[in-house]
Structure formats: structure tokens, C-alpha cells
Design a protein around this ligand. Structure first.
Ligand code: ADP
Ligand code: MG
Length: 570
């Protein structure tokens, strides 16, 4: 070949680099191994994971944390199928993501090729864009379009299919059109009349409530939102991943009176949050019939979902909150801090906080969730990135563990996906290492949630990421059995016939997975053991660690003498 030749793998790597892609997560194999090698050669950090699903979750978290997509690299067929969950999770969370999948060679299509699967067609359901470049020469343009599409408008996942025979095929460099880095997403502002209408509705409210969603966190609008809260004196409620956009300890945060705030608000300002199941659809009985909703979102199709809004502000939250600030500066309106609404909210907050304080201080063993979270809260760094998943572990953890900074809470999200935790933690630790050195990642997992991607502990140790994993272990999903009940239960015969479907093995030593790979593992049963394991893990800033905290398997549930006997078939 005349002139300088370049392979498909090199082209892909260079095109990704040209789009400022920093991180790639994946599992190599035929036909994508060369792509990972080429990516490293151009300066993209490659993290080899143990399961494609976790790799995809990791890549999607990079998108949320940095505003630029991470890449997930997978092999054809099964490798591709294992990331359907990750692509769906990213798109449903509105996070940018690029997935690159190897696929069968072009001249073997429909012949029953190795791991052949209709990947582009399958990808359409989960992605904003699902494409297969038609030649090597167009790869840079396809990659630019995918990166741009993943970030523009409502962010989401994009899939690029690479025929296996492209990877080592060579073309003359001069025939490839290199495409420059796409421009940052254009910033749109709301219509003037909509801004003044929204301000009028807010100014007439008796019981206003600002709801901050993860779209607000993604748009990096924290400074404006903080100013808006202070300027207008508005009570605010963060959704789970929007915690920290305004610090949880801000006096206007009414998270501890959530149900009441939703139920009685007469005007709700929605900043980048959908009225989906997380917000009970915006409908009675969780809301007033006559609640006036002001929606602010970048996605026009979202406006009007489930309720008829009183005002719709279509635009980027950072820009629109700037507009609202200008408008309220002109009006110099402030919601009175001595209103009846504020009094009611404050009273409720006080009651609820006292209730969980009571549970946290209980001395009985095994510990309950509240006691565990109380000690975690006291001892982990205030500015750590918190990853959280599990049923009770995530729900109770959300109320007990404050966030003080934006984009520092990652959890099961809109899709309620379990198994995201370790991938998210790995991504957060990679990004922290490069961009905010010294910032710790604390990953708090239920024992069931941990199991989905537990082998990623090897990945954590291989890349020497000083993540602190805390497994809140109740021997099961929602609830479990203690060791004695377990023994009793097994007397009933075949375990598959009598082990409750929610149960996992009692006293499983998950911490040994960490020590096996060179990290530190702790098995703790008492508050004192928990405190000393936490202190040791926080002080050691180099070594990954896992604290396996045994709690009451029936915590949060009324005690029953023989829990399995209540099942109808026994
Ligand atoms: P939460 O789970 O916190 O309630 P959702 O994921 O339901 O949040 O909603 C996030 C919303 O934010 C989506 O409707 C999305 O379109 C919107 N969004 C994302 N980025 C921006 C942005 N830059 N400006 C405005 N809205 C945005
Ligand atoms: Mg559990």
C-alpha cells in the first residue's frame, strides 16, 4: 500500500481520542482486543473488567460525572448482549455513553458466523443511535456523530457496531477524513414569557417546593440553584442522585419531611426531574389535585408528562436558572421564612430526625441499619463520592448519609438497577484519581447487590483503586435468616424446596474476596468493630478495603419466631 497505512483498530482509537474520550472499560476477546491496545497507545485509559455489564455501568458513570461519555468495549454476540442492561440504564438515567461492539465479519453475515447476532437492530431499543460504519474511511465521522448524539439534547447511550474484519484491515491514511472534536452541547434558554409566567406563579404560591433532580446535577447548575434557593427562600427537596447540588445540611432542605412536602405543596418547581415513579407521577394521593407544576427540562417531549404544567421552561437548567435569578432580582420577591408552611415543615423534620436518631443509638446486637449508617456518617470523609445500592441499604442510607457536594452520589437510579455499584465505584475512583486526587470513593452495598458484580473486587485491586466497600449484610434480599434459623430450616429437606427465595447464606465472609486479591477485609459485628474498621480504612489512602457488617437479618421487620413457617407451602 502506498502512503502511510492505518488499521481499523487504530482509526477507532484515534477518532475516540479526537473526541476527547478519556476512559474505556471492557472485556477483550475476538475481535476487539486490538482496539483496546490501540486505545491505550493513543492515551485512552483502558480498564479491563470481569463482566461486561459492570464495564458498561462504569462507562456510563463516567458520562454522568464528567459530562463526556465513557466508552464500553465488548465482543460480539454474548458480550454485546451482556451490555443491554448498561445501555438501557444509561439511556433511562439520561447519561451519555458510547458502546463499541465487535461483530461478525461482513462476508459471513447470515451464515452462522461465530457469535453472530443482529446487534445493530437489537441496539436500537436501548440507544439514541445504533450504527455500523460502512467503511473504514467513515469511522471518524460515525464516532463524532455518536459522541455528539450521546451528549446533545437529552443525553443517552449510542452504539457503534464494528465488523470483525475491520479491526485489522488497513487503509491509506490520506483517504480517511479525520473529524475534529464536536462542539460542546449548545445551550438553550427558555422563552421570556415562560420565565415571567413561572415567576408569577411562584410569587403567588403559599406552599412552594423546589424539587432538584439529577438533570440539575448533570447540567452543573449548582451555583445558580444555591443562589435561587437563598434569594427566594424556597424549601427544596433533592431526588436521590441530586443530593448535594445544594448541600443536604442547607437550612432550606426539607428531605426529612419529603412525603409531607410533596403532599401539601401548592406550587412545585421541577428542575431536571421527571414525574415518574420516583416522584409518584405528580398525582394524588401523593400530591394535591390542584398542585401547579413548573417544569424545567432540556427535553421538550418530557414537558406535560403525567400532569398539565402551569408553566414549561424548555432549556438547559444552568441557563434557565440564570434567567429565573434575573427575573427574581427584578421582582425582589422572597418567600417568608416565618410562614405556616415553613413551621409545619420544620416540625416534621424535627420529628423525623429524632425518630431515626433513636434507632441509631440502639445498643442491641446485631446492629440495625440506622446504627450502622450513624457510624459510617461519623467516620467517612465529608467530600467522598458515595455509591449506594441495595433495597433497605440504599433507601435508609439515602436518609442517613448526607451529601455536601454535587454529583457525589451514584445509586440504582431511575431504572432501579441492582449490580451497578462496583462499576460505578471503579469509574468514580478512576475519574477522582485523574481530576480530584485524594477524593475517596465509598461504596455501600447490600449483600445481595454486592453479589451481582462481586468479582470486580479483583478489578479494583488490579488497578489499585483505594475504594472502601461496605457490605451491609443481612443474609438476604430485603431480609434473611440468622445462622440458627438457617440450620433449623435445612431440617425440612432439600434446600431448593425450603430456602426462602429472599435468603442468602448466613454469615457469608464477603470480606475474604477483598483479602484474596490483596486488599484489606474486615468482618464486623459490633459498633466498636465497625468504628475501628472504618477508621483503619479511611486512614489508609492506598489500599482497597471491604468491611462486611453483620446486621440483624430481620432488621426493619417484625420478629417472627420461625419466619419460613409463614410461607404457604410449609
Ligand atoms: P431524577 O431521577 O433525579 O428525578 P430524572 O432522571 O427523572 O431525574 O430527570 C432528569 C431530567 O433532566 C430529564 O428529564 C432530562 O431530560 C433532564 N436534563 C438532563 N440534562 C439537562 C440539562 N442540561 N438541562 C435541563 N434538563 C436536563
Ligand atoms: Mg441484604
Amino acid at each position: 500500500m502506498e502512503g502511510e497505512a492505518v488499521s481499523g483498530a487504530q482509526l477507532i482509537a484515534q477518532a475516540l481520542r479526537a473526541q476527547n474520550i478519556e476512559y474505556m472499560f471492557g472485556i477483550v476477546g475476538i475481535p476487539v482486543t486490538e482496539i483496546a491496545i490501540a486505545a491505550q497507545a493513543v492515551g485512552i485509559k483502558y480498564v479491563g473488567m470481569r463482566n461486561e455489564q459492570a464495564a458498561c455501568y462504569a462507562a456510563s458513570a463516567v458520562g454522568y460525572l464528567t459530562g463526556r461519555p465513557g466508552v464500553c468495549l465488548v465482543v460480539s454476540g454474548p458480550g454485546f448482549l451482556h451490555v443491554l442492561g448498561g445501555m438501557a440504564n444509561a439511556t433511562i438515567n439520561c447519561w451519555p455513553l458510547i458502546v463499541i461492539g465487535g461483530s461478525s465479519d461482513r462476508n459471513q453475515e447470515t451464515m452462522g458466523a461465530f457469535q453472530e447476532f443482529p446487534q445493530v437492530e437489537a441496539g436500537r431499543l436501548y440507544n439514541k443511535l445504533s450504527v455500523r460504519p460502512s467503511s473504514l474511511e467513515v469511522i471518524p465521522a460515525v464516532i463524532e456523530k455518536a459522541v455528539r448524539t450521546s451528549m446533545y439534547g437529552r443525553p443517552g447511550s449510542c452504539y457503534i457496531d464494528i465488523p470483525g474484519d475491520f479491526v485489522n484491515l488497513q487503509v491509506n491514511k490520506s483517504s480517511v477524513k479525520y473529524v475534529e472534536c464536536c462542539l460542546p452541547p449548545p445551550i438553550s434558554m427558555a422563552e421570556h414569557s415562560a420565565v415571567s409566567k413561572a415567576a408569577s406563579v411562584i410569587a403567588l404560591s403559599k406552599q412552594p417546593l423546589l424539587i432538584i433532580g439529577k438533570g440539575a446535577a448533570y447540567s452543573r447548575a449548582e451555583n445558580n440553584i444555591r443562589k435561587l434557593v437563598d434569594l427566594c427562600g424556597l424549601p427544596f427537596l433533592p431526588t436521590p442522585m441530586a443530593k448535594g447540588v445544594v448541600p443536604d445540611n442547607h437550612p432550606n432542605c426539607v428531605a426529612a419531611a419529603r412525603s409531607m412536602a410533596l403532599l401539601h405543596a401548592d406550587v412545585i418547581i421541577l428542575l431536571g426531574a421527571r414525574l415518574n415513579w420516583i416522584l409518584h407521577f405528580g398525582l394524588p394521593p401523593r400530591y394535591r389535585q390542584d398542585v401547579k407544576v413548573i417544569q424545567i427540562d432540556i427535553c421538550a417531549e418530557e414537558l406535560g408528562n403525567n400532569v398539565r404544567p402551569a408553566a414549561t421552561l424548555l432549556g438547559d437548567i444552568k441557563a434557565v436558572t440564570e434567567q429565573l435569578l434575573e427575573e427574581f432580582n427584578k421582582r425582589s420577591w422572597k418567600y417568608p421564612s416565618n410562614s405556616e408552611w415553613w413551621q409545619k415543615l420544620r416540625e416534621k423534620i424535627k420529628n423525623n430526625e429524632e425518630r431515626s436518631k433513636g434507632l441509631a443509638l440502639q445498643k442491641s446486637l446485631p446492629m440495625n441499619y440506622y446504627t450502622v449508617f450513624h457510624h459510617i456518617r461519623e467516620l467517612i470523609p465529608k467530600d467522598c463520592i458515595l455509591v449506594s445500592e441495595g433495597a433497605n441499604t440504599m433507601d435508609i442510607g439515602r436518609t442517613m448519609l448526607p451529601n455536601f457536594f454535587p454529583r457525589q452520589r451514584l445509586d440504582a437510579g431511575t431504572f432501579g438497577t441492582m449490580g451497578v455499584g462496583l462499576g460505578f465505584a471503579i469509574a468514580a475512583a478512576m475519574v477522582a484519581r485523574d481530576h480530584t486526587p485524594g477524593k475517596r470513593v465509598v461504596c455501600i452495598e447490600g449483600d445481595s447487590a454486592f453479589g451481582f458484580s462481586g468479582m470486580e473486587v479483583e478489578t479494583i485491586c488490579r488497578y489499585n483503586l483505594p475504594i472502601l466497600i461496605i457490605v451491609v449484610n443481612n443474609n438476604g434480599i430485603y431480609t434473611g435468616l440468622d445462622a440458627n434459623s438457617w440450620e433449623e430450616m435445612l431440617k425440612f429437606g432439600d434446600p431448593a424446596a425450603c430456602v426462602p427465595p429472599v435468603s442468602l447464606l448466613p454469615n457469608a465472609h464477603y470480606e475474604k474476596i477483598m483479602s484474596t486479591f490483596g486488599g484489606k477485609g474486615y468482618f464486623v459485628k459490633t459498633p466498636e468493630e465497625l468504628q475501628s474498621a472504618l477508621k483503619a480504612s479511611v486512614t489508609d489512602k492506598q489500599t482497597p478495603s471491604l468491611i462486611n457488617v453483620m446486621i440483624d437479618p430481620q432488621s426493619e421487620r417484625k420478629k417472627q419466631e420461625f419466619p419460613w413457617l409463614t410461607r404457604s407451602n410449609l
